[in-house]
Design a protein around this ligand. Sequence first.
Ligand SMILES: Nc1ncnc2c1ncn2[C@@H]1O[C@H](COP(=O)(O)OP(=O)(O)O)[C@@H](O)[C@H]1O
Ligand SMILES: N[C@@H](CC(=O)OP(=O)(O)O)C(=O)O
Length: 449
Amino acid sequence: MKVAKFGGTSLANAQQMQKVCSIVLADPDRKIVVVSAPGKRYSGDTKVTDLLIACANTYWEKGQAGEELQAVVSRYDEIVQELNLPKQVTEQIASDLQERLFTRERCTKERFMDRMKAAGEDHCAKIVAHYLQSLGKRAEYVHPGNAGMIVSDEPGNAQILPDSYAKLRELRNREGILVFPGFFGYSIDGEVVTFSRGGSDITGSIVAAAIEADLYENFTDVDSVYAVNPNLVANPYQIEEITYREMRELSYAGFSVFHEEALVPAFRAGIPVCIKNTNNPMAPGTRIVSERKITSKPVAGIAGDAGFCSIYLSKYLMNREIGFGRRLLQILEAEGLSYEHTPSGIDNISVILREDQLDPVLEHKLIHRIQEELKVDEVTIVHKLALVMIVGEGMRSSVGTTARATTALAKKKINIEMINQGSSEVSIMFGVQAKDVDDAVVALYQEFF
Ligand SMILES: Nc1ncnc2c1ncn2[C@@H]1O[C@H](COP(=O)(O)OP(=O)(O)O)[C@@H](O)[C@H]1O
Ligand SMILES: N[C@@H](CC(=O)OP(=O)(O)O)C(=O)O
């Protein structure tokens, strides 16, 4: 039994949906199909999820959003017409969206946004199920709440609740092809809650783990995962096999092809994952596995992501002060900030954070609290940082990887603000200025591939 997830680009229009359905029908093991909302049809187009966000924002502010709503309905209507489905399908979508908009009076903004965003996947799943039925196949739409996709009540950032797996497992016993909308679940109180953006990958992984699938196939618009973002380097090295650990680190650091949180459910259940191309399904794709043979290449991939900042603190004899780190992190916790890394020296420590969590007022308060409560000699916040990571299980057994990387960056005159090697030795992270991130990734790729 397989779970096949199709991303937004794979479902962007009627022609793509037909491709998706023929892929599903080509293999009777493809039992559960997880779908995203229709994505971009061409570069510069807008994903349905983003159209829904625009619609929700306008309606929230103005109490009406005729044009924005019509933009969403038109996307679906075009698909419905081209697939020769009855026009009532579009009418139902339009009235459901209108109903969701009307709930504005009775809920918070974040709850309202989640209800609207989730509509993208929900209607896409209904259309795909309807289309398969129109081809004479046994297929049904699955309601995530009824099926047991119960998640934490954190709008826009849901997490699966552990008890959900047992109920979801019952999907194994249903007949026919099951079309499951990705990206959202329901809270215990029955509210729609979405995962973070790109979260249909997470749904697929959860469902695959729950039904103990033989394989979780993740269909997208590239032939494989590449060793570097293909938008930065032409025809990059194609990865045939990569471990969960390597992929997790690379997704975290910027490989947007697979959501960084999507590996854990499949990994824990030991389900292999395969990334494949909807537009070229015969290509073998990339397999994500527990262990792989280490080749002569120490590095599996290189990724970079901007949007970080660093709080730098120094204090003479910091190393002797018991509880310093705890008190620092407690201040961050009290201010509702999550941190990414804490590289440290004898008398100094940096805390790397995602920059979008800070605003000038909070930043000022943070500096003041750190000065007052920790009596530091110096505290500064460095903005516009990027993290670049080289990742590979082979690095553990190879000497000189850091030297090669730093030399490659030095040759391009890229200043390294910070170096951090994870304790697992599967990755090395470099902090660079955001403006240098793409050059740094390309320089490292050229060095190792
Ligand atoms: N290392 C990488 N390998 C493959 N694709 C990558 C990589 N890094 C970034 N990408 C981008 O990820 C895109 C696929 O992810 P996404 O757009 O989320 O797909 P989907 O809509 O199928 O979920 C590719 O088109 C590619 O531009
Ligand atoms: N549609 C949602 C969820 C998702 O996973 O989409 P995609 O598969 O197109 O990345 C989003 O845009 O965030």
